[in-house]
Design a protein around this ligand. Structure first.
Ligand code: PEP
Length: 255
């Protein structure tokens, strides 16, 4: 982390876990750790848990994220949720393009880009997920692939909005597998993402951008990963569901 230059953001991605009442209870346990934190603490909860989360974080330092958003303003899109609906609740962040959404719900670089543009236009801060598969890593195309995903996600994003964007490098082979990228691997690809952003928006914008790592980050490996210059926080799945582990990760961001 380079805390002199940019904000560290520790975000928990709960995926399809916890009910609204469990949400309120869990956030209560996190409030003291967040009050004392050297980083921004975000919880990305299921849609139905958002009202409970927004209520539970009131008066605290914790921010709430959705895990998806639709790119249209409104209309005949059964089962979808708009940016205005999220904003009306008090949601500030939204995860866009998580690999599970790409894999199971047919999200593409094009729909990810449309969602990013809509989120920014409405005033939500996108956490954009990029990352290669194991096959791509083994084929040696990680750099090209992640750079391309980054460019496609940011297509048409105005320079004035780039400071609202967070990018999370999430190698697919490390998500939910217990197999973490080494701190050097995370640093290397996060650095590549930063250089890609620099090519599009200039050095200053890239240096100021929060680039997270995600993929089996946990209480044991967080300090080492977060110790790297280009790793400005984490997007954390499994370990964000356990208050004790998530608190340790928040604390690891103090370095
Ligand atoms: C994620 O869902 O974004 C993630 C990184 O999951 P996990 O920490 O469980 O690998």
């Amino acid at each position: 982390m380079n805390t002199a230059k940019r904000k560290t953001v520790i975000a928990g991605n709960w995926k399809m876990n916890k009910t609204p009442s469990q949400t309120a209870e869990f956030i209560k346990q996190l409030v003291p750790a967040a009050a004392d934190a050297a980083c921004e603490v975000v919880v990305a909860v299921p849609f139905v848990c958002l009202p409970a989360a927004v209520q539970a974080v009131k008066g605290s330092a914790i921010k709430v994220a959705a895990q998806n958003v639709h790119f249209e303003d409104q209309g005949a899109y059964t089962g979808e949720v708009s940016a205005d609906m999220l904003l009306d609740l008090g949601v500030e962040y939204v995860i866009i393009g998580h690999s599970e959404r790409r894999q199971y719900f047919a999200e593409t670089d094009q729909t990810v880009n449309k969602k990013v543009l809509k989120a920014l236009q409405k005033g939500l801060r996108p956490i954009i997920c990029v990352g290669e598969s194991l096959e791509q890593r083994e084929a040696g195309v990680t750099e090209e692939f992640v750079a391309m995903q980054t460019k496609e996600a940011l297509l048409g994003v105005p320079a004035a909005d780039i400071d609202k964007v967070i990018i999370a490098y999430e190698p697919i082979w490390a998500i939910g597998t217990g197999r973490t990228a080494t701190a050097d691997q995370a640093d290397e690809v996060n650095g590549l993402i930063r250089r890609t952003v620099a090519g599009l928006y200039g050095e200053a914008a890239a240096e100021a951008m929060t680039v997270q790592y995600g993929g089996s980050m946990n209480a044991k490996n967080a300090a080492e990963l977060l110790g790297k210059d280009n790793v400005d926080g984490g997007l954390i799945g499994g370990a964000s569901l356990k208050a004790d582990d998530f608190r340790v990760i928040i604390e690891a961001a103090r370095q």
